[in-house]
Design a protein around this ligand. Sequence first.
Ligand SMILES: *Cc1c(COP(=O)(O)O)cnc(C)c1O
Length: 440
Amino acid sequence: MDSVMRDPSGRTLAARHGRASATAAVRGVLEDLRRQIVAGEGPEVSERTIAEAASRLLTGRGLRRVINATGVVLHTNLGRSVLSEQAALAAYDAATGYSNLEYDLRSGSRGSRYDHAVPLLRELTGTEDALVVNNCAGATLLALAAVVESKASEAPEVIVSRGQLIEIGGGFRIPEVLALSGARLREVGTTNRTRLSDYEKAVNENSSAVLWVHPSNFEMVGFTESVGVQDLTSMGLPVIADVGSGALLSVGEEPRVQGVLRDGADLAIFSADKLLGGPQAGIAVGASRWISAMRNHPLARALRADKLCLAALEATLSSYLEGTEKDDLPTLRMIGAPVLEVEAKATHLAENLRRSVPGLDLDVTPSVARSGGGTLPTFEIPSFAVRLGGTDPEALADDLRSADPPVVGRVHEGRVWLDVRTLLPGDEEAVIGALRDAYG
Ligand SMILES: *Cc1c(COP(=O)(O)O)cnc(C)c1O
């Protein structure tokens, strides 16, 4: 497939988008000038002032494409995972036409949006049923709310280890999500050590579930002990496992969704836009009983995934089923690229920069990339960067961010580091353009 996405008329989507937003910006500037003229303010009108004002508008506002030269693959601030071309095209199709989102094509009657992606998830994880909502935080909330509601108790409790009362990504805190779900938190064990006997002692007639949480974004070393999903299943309560990153393949030490299910979790919950490499979504897989309870809970409607997400997710999951995920999904490609390949990419960029922007102070240096997005916090991915010096690094980083498209690098040891592991096909040109405009 062409490495650049094109719409049916052959224009690249990037070009279309760029043109549309630039046109809108220029129109906005002209309207402003017209207002000022009518008000008798006599503004300076020249091609340059209009272009500058439009460029200010473009850089200051709106969601736009940026070049990620940070080396952090699932960069939370830069949109986490990059969709595969197949996923983007599926979303494009769903966006620009009608779809069978809630329509059963066989019977010609109403269908359910909750049916999409379910057969794929069943096949990939071997579970009975699945539900897709708009993110993992939502899926966790909904799972807890559904399980707690099914417990005939005035004060339903959910048991959680003190070592797993974590905060993810500034705002998602397990104790708070639990409270929102209507459950009472029953904390057991200590921060560093929790044993099965701690859980067992906490069980009473109000116990409605055990929540196991993968402490995604930190690691504890030293005198620690925790209880795995397999042992928790001996307690006779539903076990909800918040797996977080949703690795369907082995990536570092990250728990795999299939592993947690094999260990007996009743529900496994994970993000679709972390290591899975798909669109923003939260996925719950597991026992039909609990998935149905989630689907029928009033909160499901508030958390439902939209058609663009479902289309992109199905295409992403199809890559896994076809065994082409490591080639198709940019997230896995970037994490898995051999370091020699990354070094060659850095050398290539450096050579082209030397040619295009003579006099630029630069070298190629080993660096450390990360998977990011609150996954594999201590996993260092050997990488390479083009390092820029010869000027105030903050000013240089600023110039790169003002380029179109903006280039986001890292200031480190008095230089700007452009880690090439996270550069996508076509990004090299944009980086060269940005530096040529600023220093050429
Ligand atoms: C990332 C993460 C979440 C939140 O996922 P979102 O998709 O950002 O909502 C929840 N739980 C765990 C364990 C996570 O790692």
